[in-house]
Design a binder for this molecule. Structure first.
Ligand SMILES: Nc1nc2c(ncn2[C@@H]2O[C@H](COP(=O)(O)OP(=O)(O)O)[C@@H](O)[C@H]2O)c(=O)[nH]1
Ligand SMILES: [Mg+2]
Length: 342
């Protein structure tokens, strides 16, 4: 019972034991920690009240018990529907039998998880997922904005969730770019498809998606070389990559993510404008927020382009990617602001 934790969903627990060297350097978990701390009181209320219900040995699951259970649940503000579902589940499983705490806790966890899980077709950060695998994600942006690192982080979110991921090394300009992606693929447990330096990125994208389809991968993420919205040949190349992908998987790419560098401030804003018009982007990753005093740029970015901010990058390791949740983001921002002021 002491182990019961309300809604913590502690993903850290399933992390492989062998942590790559740079990941050991204390990933910044500020936002997550705050969320957990914020939930601690709810967890405590629920934990204590539910525990109290189990104090009397040999108590039967009768109407009185179920009413007390309902009251304890409602106290957490989870809402009457969720509370009723839990009560109904417990009634069903333990009707007139002796209270089994484990069954009650299991009911709470299962019913809440079912309610908290994103709807079908929606992935981490609100990403659009394919109805039938693979989901194909194309990643674009200017040089050095954080594309390759963000791809590694995204892949990590999926592989942690038990999904099979293949990466397409579409930045064929530099050998080092391919090596960088290959290194990350190894770390996050994804496979990689690569081409020779200087080869056609569209052909790499083609082979990556073909592999995903043939071998039943869940997710295929295609990296691209950095480009400026003003380089029309490169923007056309992006169009070609999209067409090659769409030929194999209808509706793909399901997401085209634009990675913006938060330290670029107003420049990030003009990049977003150019790419939105030229590249058919569907969402934004705001990288390097941790190193930026201009994180406020997220406001005009979100406001002006009709593009959802999907994730924010909070560091250089594979775990430093947070789905963007406005409420959570603002809480963290304001809390941080007041700590500084105080
Ligand atoms: N502090 C910090 N650094 C980042 C973040 N994302 C990327 N970087 C760093 O930014 C540099 C460029 O990243 P990279 O992914 O290679 O950019 P790309 O050229 O767009 O593929 C690298 O040194 C990354 O480690 C982030 O969220 N926070
Ligand atoms: Mg790169």
């Amino acid at each position: 019972m002491a182990l019961f934790r309300f809604g913590s969903g502690d993903k850290k627990a399933v992390e492989p034991a062998a942590v790559p060297a740079d990941d050991a350097a204390a990933p910044k978990r500020g936002l997550l920690d705050r969320l957990k701390a914020g939930l601690a009181k709810t967890a405590q209320v629920l934990g204590t009240d539910v525990r109290d219900l189990f104090k009397r040995e040999g108590r039967l699951v009768d109407d009185a018990f179920l009413e007390e259970l309902r009251a304890a649940l409602v106290k957490t503000d989870m809402g009457p529907a969720a509370a009723e579902a839990i009560v109904a589940d417990v009634r069903e499983r333990l009707r007139a039998r002796v209270v089994e705490p484990d069954v009650v806790l299991d009911s709470i966890r299962r019913q809440l998880l079912a309610r908290l899980a994103p709807p079908a077709g929606v992935g981490p950060g609100g990403l659009t997922l394919a109805a039938t695998a693979p989901t194909v994600i194309l990643v674009t942006g200017v040089n050095g904005s954080g594309k390759t690192t963000s791809i590694a982080k995204l892949a990590r979110l999926f592989t942690r969730d038990g999904k099979r991921v293949v990466l397409g090394a579409g930045d064929t300009f530099r050998a080092a770019a391919v090596e960088q992606l290959a290194m990350w693929a190894g770390r996050v447990g994804a496979e990689i498809v690569r081409g020779d330096t200087g080869s056609d990125p569209a052909s790499v994208a083609h082979r990556a998606v073909a592999k995903a389809v043939a071998e039943g991968f869940d997710v295929c993420i295609v990296d691209t070389a950095g480009r400026l919205q003003t380089q029309s040949n490169l923007m056309q190349e992006l169009g070609k990559i999209r067409r090659v992908i769409a030929k194999q998987v209808p509706d793909a790419p399901h997401e085209t993510l634009l990675v913006l560098d938060a330290t670029a401030g107003q420049n990030a804003l003009s990049q977003a404008k150019g790419f939105t018009e030229a590249a058919g982007c569907t969402g934004i990753v705001l990288a390097k927020l941790d190193g930026s005093a201009r994180g406020g740029v997220i406001v005009p970015v979100a406001e002006q382009f009709g593009l959802p901010v999907r994730f924010v990058g909070l560091g250089e390791s594979a775990d430093d990617l947070e789905p963007f949740v406005p409420e959570r983001f603002l809480d963290a921002l304001l809390e941080g602001a007041f700590e500084t002021a105080g």
